[in-house]
Design a binder for this molecule. Structure first.
Ligand SMILES: [Zn+2]
Length: 120
């Protein structure tokens, strides 16, 4: 096992542009080192708007929804709580990729795969 990619159970196409975590954690809910399985169709990107909770971050997802009545797109946003394993370091403002997984807490059913871009 020379790189984190070889031990990762994440399909490579979702993380090949991300930097794999440098350290190895023992969090079973970690998508890189744990046993949790992510859902391929539930991959999203958004901005971390709160990193105050322990091992959980709030991610703001912005997307366009087409309104037929007004024949144009409207901007919609939703906040998703995602599990943050200890091997991934993020700060508020960072753009992260998250994946849907099993439900881990009342409001948490996503995990952070990694940082896409650093915030300002
Ligand atoms: Zn980990």
């Amino acid at each position: 096992m020379s790189s984190s990619y070889e031990i990762s159970r994440i399909p490579r196409q979702f993380v090949e542009d991300l930097v794999p975590p440098k350290e190895i954690c023992d969090d079973e809910k970690c998508p890189w080192h744990g046993t949790i399985r992510i859902r391929r169709r539930g991959i999203l990107e958004g901005k971390v708007i709160s990193a105050k909770m322990t091992r959980t971050v709030t991610v703001l997802i912005e997307y366009l929804h087409f309104s037929r009545k007004y024949d144009r797109y409207e901007r919609r946003r939703s906040k998703i709580h995602a599990h943050l394993p200890p091997c991934i370091k993020v700060q508020e403002g960072d753009l992260v990729r998250i994946a849907e997984a099993r439900r881990m807490a009342k409001t948490v059913s996503h995990v952070v795969l990694g940082k896409v871009r650093k915030g300002d």
